[in-house]
Write a protein that binds this ligand. Structure first.
Ligand code: GCO
Length: 493
């Protein structure tokens, strides 16, 4: 990995000035008094109750019930049963001293077919959640879309169709009218990269398609949906909320200086396809050129870029690990270690000459390399490219093969590897702060073990364990560690 070229944009500078312990295991670091510590979840991953109170089916219901699509044929029918355990989970958040909670609203609970009047029972559930957070002093951070598209909209073309973006604007208006007096931060989309490229390109996520043109159309319609949603929210809310979007930006490193073009292509598809229109009002020219054999992008209509280019109070950044790429020689077996479940299709339309190399460990249970320096590098490169843009880490965390220890008086989960992962990434975040990055907070993924998409319940990301037989919650050592951090703003020694 010497000579590594960097991340996010071809003109950004590699991270410099790394200080303190080289392994990022600093302790005792103080975070600013207004730095927010929270945790994150997503509706389909935790709620269950998929047939209740008028909820319509989503693409994840359909996909997870497709034999072979999910490990062990797991599905989210029950998940963590959060829908029925809302009060218990709110109390749990309070005992963990969380200052903010990032949750997502299931569109099919609000509009069962993605169109038409609001389902009052669906609104009532999230209203209880929001009020329960506020009464416990926890800031509500609401994501409008964490991948559970109403199936009826998929049947009309899903994100490959412009009409889905237009429907999303209307959904945002309904939710804004209902909760626009109480939400602290609105996040339009979670990781549109995954919705577009895993959903319509690789087929690893719902709706499970492998069509490069649809994937690129989805990129644009998700971007458009983001802009339409912010416009709709701004028109109806009555408090003074913050607006954001959450992106899974890719830290792309080249195997050698010769790999610069591979880095550039993945940076274009993975990062600038979203930051370009959202933060600069234009698609990058190299992205359009790289994908010219697939599409001429004529689905981008006059006026769309102005809609998408909305000022954001905060840019949400999800970070887990890095990517290492080079140009494939076309002869040796092509490596494909981009960290995503390989089900046949490619999540990188137009980048068939790029290969993703296996990186040095250690790894989490997802097989993702643990690289806290990548988080520091990402934050610095964002600062360099978008100096005026405040940032928030909206997801960071790790799956490990936890086990319950019955050795003490009470059962416990001694997840030292997760505590170490969190400490190292929070050290990286702190180093970025010291170098002038306007970083506002950190949300650990996840509050509790949950349905990890294509991997079902096999990967445990929670700081709270969920026993999937009894649905009991058990805070792991990492939860106690994080609770101390959240109450003191200081990394425990
Ligand atoms: C994502 C999603 C989460 C995942 C988490 C671990 O980032 O993919 O936001 O829903 O569960 O990232 O893969």
């Amino acid at each position: 990995m010497s000579d590594s070229t960097t991340t996010l944009s071809t003109d950004s500078t590699p991270a410099v000035g790394v200080q303190g312990s080289p392994d990022y295991r600093d302790g005792g670091l103080e975070f600013p008094a207004d730095f927010v510590f929270g945790s994150a979840t997503a509706s389909y991953q935790i709620e269950g109750a998929v047939h209740e109170d008028g909820r319509g089916p989503s693409i994840w219901d359909t996909f997870s019930h497709t034999p072979g699509a999910i490990w062990n044929d797991d599905n989210g029918d029950v998940a963590d049963d959060h829908y029925h355990r809302l009060d218990e989970d709110l109390d749990l958040m309070k005992t963990l001293n969380l200052q903010a909670y990032r949750f997502s609203i299931a569109w099919p609970r609000i509009q069962p077919t993605g169109r038409g009047p609001a389902n009052q029972a669906g609104l009532a559930f999230y209203s209880r959640l929001i009020d329960g957070l506020i009464s416990r002093g926890i800031r509500p951070v609401a994501t409008l879309y964490h991948w559970d598209l109403p199936q009826a909209l998929e049947d009309e073309g899903g994100w490959a169709a412009r009409s889905t973006a237009e429907a999303f604007g209307e959904y945002a208006r309904i939710v804004g009218e209902a909760f626009g007096d109480r939400i602290h931060t609105w996040t339009t989309l979670n990781e549109p990269w995954c919705s577009a490229y895993l959903g319509y390109g690789s087929g690893a996520h719902a709706p499970g398609m492998t069509d490069p043109l649809k994937a690129l159309r989805a990129v644009h319609h998700l971007n458009l949906a983001h802009g339409l949603a912010i416009q709709a929210l701004r028109g109806v809310v009555t408090n003074d909320p913050e607006y954001s979007v959450t992106l899974n930006l890719h830290v792309v490193r080249g195997e050698s200086a010769d790999a610069a073009d591979a880095v550039r292509q993945i940076d274009a598809l993975g990062n600038r396809a979203f930051t370009g229109p959202m933060l600069k009002g234009a698609y990058p020219a190299d992205l359009l050129a790289d994908t010219a054999e697939i599409t001429d992008w004529s689905f981008v209509l006059d006026g769309d870029l102005a809609i998408i280019h909305q000022p954001l109070d905060v840019l949400g950044v999800n970070y887990y690990s890095t990517n290492l790429v080079r140009i494939w020689d076309g002869v040796s077996p092509r490596q494909n270690a981009d960290g995503h479940k390989d089900v046949g299709g490619s999540p990188w339309p137009g980048a068939s000459r790029v290969e993703f190399l296996v990186q040095p460990g250690p790894y989490t249970e997802m097989g993702w390399n643990i690289e806290p320096a990548g988080l520091e590098e990402l934050l610095l490169s964002l600062r360099d490219e978008f100096p005026a843009q405040p940032l928030m880490i909206t997801e960071n965390g790790a799956a490990f093969d936890d086990s319950v220890s019955l050795a003490g008086d009470v059962p416990a989960v001694h997840d030292a590897d997760r505590v170490d992962y969190l400490r190292r990434h929070l050290t990286a975040a702190h180093r970025a702060l010291e170098q002038g990055v306007d970083l506002r907070g950190y949300f650990v993924w996840s509050l509790m073990d949950n349905f990890e998409w294509g991997y079902g319940y096999s990967k445990r990301f929670g700081i709270v364990r969920v026993d999937y037989d009894t649905l009991e919650r058990l805070p792991k050592d990492s939860a106690h560690w994080y609770a101390q951090l959240a109450s003191t703003n200081r990394l425990p020694a």
